[in-house]
Design a protein around this ligand. Structure first.
Ligand code: FAD
Length: 467
């Protein structure tokens, strides 16, 4: 069969990985086609992930701050929530970003094809579009087909009261009683949104800690604050049965700490995401896919087939947008003939909960497990003028240094804006900064960022009277 479209590069999927790769390749002069099954570009992150969740978290944060100010003499009264307007705000935020992408694709002459793509040979992709099947013949390909929410089989998924994160972000209603299954980042962000809007939220988590990837001390202030806002947080507990009844979704648990509520108006299942590597006909192109659906790549993002690359969620953890965009640039540059490599030392992680938790590099737990000799500098925000001024003294900033070189190797921050504060430490680690470099850098006063320099000073012993 003759191809309908011929191109130098086809990019499959238009998430942060796919659109970044397509745009970078086009900027480098590569004739590029971008294939996406949905009408809106931007993938999970822009449409049903990072961006809409942060727009809704903003609403929850404003409500929370307004309530907190009441104890300090400024009252606004009970919030009146107009769900249609709030949904519209979220959709506008998403629309601005996804609409911008469509314009950027046009400017670069990236051809976009809407439809579901599947490889049929090492140089051909078949795309099922509304106008029929189109065959794309390509010289090189970048697979950026992302991931999707894991659907635990014991839930009645045909009932709209059972939601994954995409369903929860639709904000169909504010359920009176919401169960969140999974105490990871996505589960807790959505729990924060719904609790802010007035739902009675119960969280169950199978592991013995919320946000299991982060150090336990970072999670403590969050767990404490959530304790006051949620109906309950239950660790070492799992749902073993769930059925749809007239009254709601009825669940049965097993574990150490059983919630007293068993019937919920809605349930959000947020227990992780699985890669889409197994759903794109990769075998027809000869691309190896693991049993779980991940595609293995080298540091140039090349799969086992030299002219086919893969990036983003489907090449492995952490499944984060900023990892996908960086991998995307590498893949696009290699496609264009440049000698790029993915060699980031660290990838920061952030939970945009309240307080936020952010960490980068080695965690204290990892250091212990690997027997690394690290020293810790910890600065409590109770000693920060800015934190006291915003009445948020529960946070702290923790830096981990290699005991031999005194270079910073890891950092964790908990408190408002922790996600913004962590970037300085990612840069410090990338540049091999020592404790003195950080301590001697003049940070503006009074800011939360001062806590970074102070933590380095604690490690160096120049601040001693904190505890
Ligand atoms: P995706 O964004 O998954 O994009 C893949 C695209 O490929 C999709 O548009 C899909 O429709 C398309 N596609 C798949 N198969 C085909 C096919 N066969 N044919 C055509 N098109 C196809 N990350 C962060 O860094 N920060 C956050 O704050 C954050 N918040 C999140 C909140 C939620 C609720 C969720 C669910 C995720 C969040 N993430 C966050 C994770 C982030 O969304 C992902 O890491 C990121 O989107 C991965 O990008 P990607 O390009 O690999 O794939």
């Amino acid at each position: 069969r003759r191809p309908d479209i011929e191109c130098k590069l086809v990019v499959l999927g238009s998430g942060p990985g796919g659109y970044t790769a397509a745009f970078r390749a086009a900027d480098l002069g590569v004739d590029t086609v971008l294939v996406e099954r949905y009408a809106s570009l931007g993938g999970v992150c822009l449409n049903v992930g990072c961006i809409p969740s942060k727009a809704l978290l903003h609403a929850a944060a404003v409500i929370d701050e307004a309530e907190a100010m009441a104890t300090h003499g400024v009252s606004f009264g009970k919030p009146k929530i107009e769900l249609d307007k709030l949904r519209h705000f979220k959709e506008q935020v998403v629309g601005k970003l996804t609409g911008g992408l469509a314009g950027m694709a046009r400017q670069r002459k990236v051809r976009t094809v809407q439809g579901t793509g599947s490889f049929v040979s090492p140089n051909e992709l078949e795309v099922k579009t509304a106008e029929g099947t189109k065959l794309i013949r390509f010289e090189q390909a970048i697979i950026a087909a992302g991931s999707q929410a894991v659907r635990l089989p014991m839930f009645p998924w045909d009932d709209e009261r059972v939601m994954d994160s995409t369903g929860a972000l639709e904000l169909a209603e504010i359920p009176k009683k919401l169960l969140v299954v999974g105490g990871g980042i996505i589960g807790l962000e959505m729990a924060t949104v719904y609790a802010g809007l007035g739902s009675e939220v119960t969280v169950v988590e199978f592991m013995d800690q919320l946000i299991p990837g982060a150090d336990a001390d970072l999670v403590k202030p969050l767990a404490k604050r959530l304790g006051g806002k949620l109906k309950g947080v239950h660790l070492r507990t799992k749902v073993v049965e769930a059925k749809a009844t007239k009254k709601g979704i009825e669940v049965r648990y097993e574990g150490e700490s059983l919630p007293d509520t068993t019937v919920f108006d809605r349930v959000l299942v947020a227990v992780g995401r699985s890669p889409n590597g197994g759903k794109i006909g990769a075998d027809k192109a000869g691309v190896a896919v693991s049993e779980r659906g991940f595609i293995n790549v080298d540091s140039q993002m090349r799969t086992n087939v030299p002219h086919i690359f893969a990036i983003g969620d489907l090449v492995g953890q952490p499944m984060l947008a900023h990892k996908a965009t960086h991998e995307a640039r590498v893949a696009a540059e290699v496609v264009a003939g440049e000698k790029s490599h993915f060699d980031a030392r660290v990838i920061p992680s952030v939970a945009y909960t309240d307080p936020e938790i952010a960490w980068v590099g080695v965690t204290e737990r990892e250091a212990k497990e690997k027997g690394l000799k690290v020293g810790v500098g910890k600065f409590p925000w109770a000693a920060s003028g800015r934190a006291i001024g915003i009445d948020r003294t529960e946070g702290f900033t923790k830096l981990l240094f290699d005991e031999e070189t005194h270079r910073v190797v890891g950092a964790g921050i908990v408190g408002p804006h922790a996600g913004d504060l962590i970037s300085e430490l990612a840069l410090a680690i990338e540049m091999g900064a020592e404790a003195a470099d950080i301590a001697l850098t003049i940070h503006p006063h009074p800011t939360l960022s001062e806590s970074v320099a102070m933590a380095a000073e604690v490690y160096e012993g120049t601040i001693t009277d904190l505890y």
